[in-house]
Design a protein. Structure first.
Length: 259
């Protein structure tokens, strides 16, 4: 595509408009796909002399980073394709770019989005939960934005020693109004320390699990044989509307024998 840029050029060093054109040259920049077709933008650029700072420089354009021969939109497109699981080999064939170039673009875009995430303020309704990955990596703590139903961040570790450094550098902690989490004492102390204005709300899943655990303990106190009767335990955990008539009779018989 042959293009023309009609805005006034600026100095690449001080952004001044008081520049003088020294010479022109042709630039070819790779752009994102239009349908399934590759796009190359061709336009005229200038070598400039700045009357303000007295330095030379080449004309810069919005959407094209310095020293790059591709637009930001193309790099973002490749980043999302690679993140979704398309291999470097397939992307290299589709976009006619080297594997090393795709790798470099991916790391560059990953760093940019990572820096944007670091500057993102903490959500007002925050969810905390722990997840076990493997014996090598151990546990990780997941922070979720419960209003947008999105993962906000993942931090390695679940102990206070592991999370203190991250939480100390977290921005916007004062704006957090609600923290939804399990009944862990570690998380409770962390929330009171780092989110002073937030109310602690117990996670529904963990509350139900705790109630079920107490019910199972009560059933075992009523009948010592129920521990080995997994079928009966499953009946007691199942919702009444999902039980067949035969299973309801079996459940009612147990409850009648153990009032």
């Amino acid at each position: 595509l042959d293009l023309t840029y009609n805005r006034l050029p600026r100095c690449s060093h001080c952004s001044s408009k008081k520049v003088r054109k020294k010479s022109s040259y042709e630039r070819k920049v790779h752009h994102e796909l239009i349908g399934h077709r590759r796009t190359i933008l061709r336009f005229k650029a200038y070598k400039l002399f700045c009357n303000e700072c007295g330095r030379y420089g080449n004309q810069q354009f919005p959407g094209i980073a310095k020293y790059q021969r591709s637009t930001e939109r193309l790099q973002v497109q490749i980043f999302h394709h690679h993140t979704s699981g398309i291999s470097q080999k397939e992307l290299s064939l589709q976009f006619k770019q080297g594997k090393a170039t795709i790798e470099r673009w991916y790391h560059r875009r990953y760093q940019i989005e990572g820096n944007e995430l670091l500057n993102t303020p903490c959500p007002k309704v925050l969810g905390l939960d722990e997840h076990f990955f493997s014996r090598k990596h151990g546990f990780a703590t997941t922070l979720c934005d419960l209003k947008k139903h999105k993962v906000f961040d993942i931090v390695k570790g679940r102990r206070e020693v592991d999370l203190n450094h991250y939480l100390n550098s977290l921005k916007g902690k004062d704006r957090v109004q609600v923290v939804c989490m399990d009944l862990s004492n570690t998380y409770r102390s962390l929330v009171k320390k780092h989110f002073p204005n937030a109310k602690i709300v117990a996670d529904r899943f963990h509350v139900i699990r705790l109630v079920q655990h107490q019910c199972m303990m009560t059933y075992r106190e009523l009948s010592s044989s129920i521990k080995n009767n997994r079928g009966l335990l499953a009946l007691l955990r199942t919702k009444p509307d999902k039980l067949t008539s035969h299973k309801k009779i079996k459940r009612d018989t147990f409850l009648a024998e153990n009032p």
